[in-house]
Design a binder for this molecule. Sequence first.
Ligand code: LLP
Length: 380
Amino acid sequence: MIFPIDDLQKQDTPCYYYDLGLLRRTLTILNNEIEGLPYHVHYAVKANANPILLTEIKNAGFGVDCVSGWEVQRAIENGFAPEKIVFAGVGKTDKEINYALDNDIFCFNVESLPELEVISDLAAKKGKVAKVAIRVNPNIDAHTHKYITTGLNENKFGITLDMLDDVIDRAMELQNVTFVGIHFHIGSQLTDMSPYAMLCDTINDLLRHLEERGIKPSIVNVGGGLGIDYVNPDEHEVADFANFFGIFKQRLLLREGQQLHFELGRSIVAQCGALITRVTYVKEGKAKKFAIVDAGMSDLIRPALYQAHHKIQNISNVSGDCEKYDVVGPICESSDCFGEDELLPSVKRGDLLAIRSAGAYGEIMASRYNCRPFAGVFAK
Ligand code: LLP
């Protein structure tokens, strides 16, 4: 990523910088990977719902995966066609379901039997028939942070394999829903592809089982979760889509006419974003030097919440002698720390630091903690 330093100097900080050239390159590579295949990517809006990014993603032809009625609304307001919107989530309220029904979205990813019945009731009141995919919890360990592992029996998501037949039977019985597919999502930030290989095996078994029961879902949705390189973002500025799709191409036995859906979030937007922050003070501690910056955990919560590390660069001084700093925010919590013992070219008050790979789960997870305003946005 090359930073437009003159433009960034003029911005109020903290601010999210989005490199639209990199986003477009990512989208082109992604499109090339799935070209000619019955594969469809629904961008997971939860990763970043900034309208500038959504517009680029829509223009590249992708659909969206939403997990709230407000995300559905954001997608519609930004021009996504309702027939490219899928809606997941364990706790969809009547209001959210009604909004999605009124807008004739493509499909609800249903996570429980009571939800299935509520969708059917609400659709009946409108004289509509809602398309549903059943989210299956395949009990596969994604070996990622426990807060972002979703496909284990102990997680709240989806329907366990032993209950699936009953739920599908009920979906086929109900008049106001149509069963169209099965849906999975095993976790996020997966860099080892073996859980996806296991997922393919599980799906192959399940499709065979359903076939024996005379059921052929037209859609198989395998969710998202492809990880990115937080350590060397410039060496891997585009996620390894070839490797990811390769697993499904080789291993998943789709039946004639079946469509494979994906819900990628992080791998599409993470690397094109950086949180730009200005150094307010350099403080000498007893054993440490602190670079106190004007961004905090309210702007980017991932380090505090998941012990995540985002690469930090001094973009005002790229080649000076390096020193070690703890890069910390202004918020009154010890977890408001972006990095300990960061080796950076010497830092002074007023320097701009870039906190990398922040395009996903950055801006969208911001809070108003300490009554702080939201960071600005600069996209180019
Ligand atoms: N589909 C479903 C049903 C999901 O729950 C998620 C993410 C995705 C797709 C997109 O996953 P991705 O391709 O972005 O990994 N805030 C956390 C990540 C939470 C992910 C939740 N679900 C973080 O900052 O690491």
